[in-house]
Design a protein around this ligand. Structure first.
Ligand SMILES: C[S@@+](CC[C@H](N)C(=O)[O-])C[C@H]1O[C@@H](n2cnc3c(N)ncnc32)[C@H](O)[C@@H]1O
Length: 243
């Protein structure tokens, strides 16, 4: 590991706003970490935490937690939040697959997923952070009727996520297919992450979906039906490309 990375890791150990694979955190975020009852918003796959830091500024009456597995990236967001005295921002280093073990049911109000890895092969669809499997996982921690936001440059991931939401019957509250050109006056959607800046410079369209997470939609029968629909969707739209 490079010297710089080692220095960042050592520094992060002493950051009061960063939690690396913590234990027994469920139910403690409001009282112990933020010391208020404001809603908690997660940014999953936050990387350097640009959305987290800006969401904290944008929503001073909410608590923002950026989540990522890569410590050296999280360091950037955590350091900025400290420097800018954003007491409503925190960072959690862990695997998103384990997110359910860090929060109590209903402890989270909203989730932002920003430029996650699209995992293009159909066989890896379950790894996509906006797949039905992950959405179901989020119902364990997000309050009934909470909000899921997805921002991505990846057209397949956008259509896959939208198809999954529709198969379940989720309410799509906002659906943007060209954020840069159509939402220039929207301050929230104009926050740019490291990856987003790169994709825009390559001429890719940035998309955005805002969806409502009603828990009842995940009951066995409806969930299994939606899964079957998505298997067919993957077969038709996400088949392996001919060499
Ligand atoms: C393409 S980057 C996007 C980062 C940031 N949101 C941005 O737009 O600049 C994807 C991020 O997801 C994180 N990641 C991928 N899979 C993860 C997982 N299973 N658990 C936690 N973090 C994950 C990676 O470490 C990486 O920082």
């Amino acid at each position: 590991m490079g010297k710089n990375k080692l220095k960042r890791f050592a520094e992060m150990e002493n950051f009061g706003n960063t939690f690396q694979f913590p234990e027994d955190m469920q139910g403690t975020w409001h009282k112990e970490v933020f010391k208020n009852q404001n809603p908690i918003i997660l940014e999953l796959a936050c990387g350097r935490g640009e959305y987290s830091v800006n969401l904290a500024k944008f929503f001073p009456n909410a608590n923002i937690i950026g989540v990522d597995i890569k410590g050296s990236r999280l360091w950037r967001g955590a350091k900025s939040a400290i420097e800018e005295e954003l007491h409503n921002a925190a960072f959690l280093r862990t695997y998103i697959e384990q997110i359910g073990s860090y929060f109590n049911p209903g402890e989270v109000s909203e989730i932002w997923i920003t430029f996650p890895d699209p995992h293009p092969p159909a066989g890896k669809a379950k790894k996509r952070l906006s797949s039905l499997r992950f959405l179901k996982e989020y119902t364990q921690i997000v309050k009934d009727g909470g909000i899921i936001h997805l921002k991505t440059d990846d057209q397949m991931l956008y259509h896959f996520t939208k198809a999954g939401a529709q198969a379940l019957g989720m309410k799509i509250l906002e659906d943007q297919t060209d954020v840069v050109n159509d939402c220039a006056n929207d301050e929230l959607l104009s926050i740019r992450t490291t990856y987003e800046v790169r994709w825009i410079s390559e001429g890719k369209k940035i998309t955005y979906l805002k969806m409502k997470l009603d828990h009842a939609l995940f009951e066995k029968e409806n969930f299994e039906k939606a899964n079957a629909t998505m298997q067919e969707w993957l077969r038709v739209h996400n088949a392996p490309k001919e060499p």
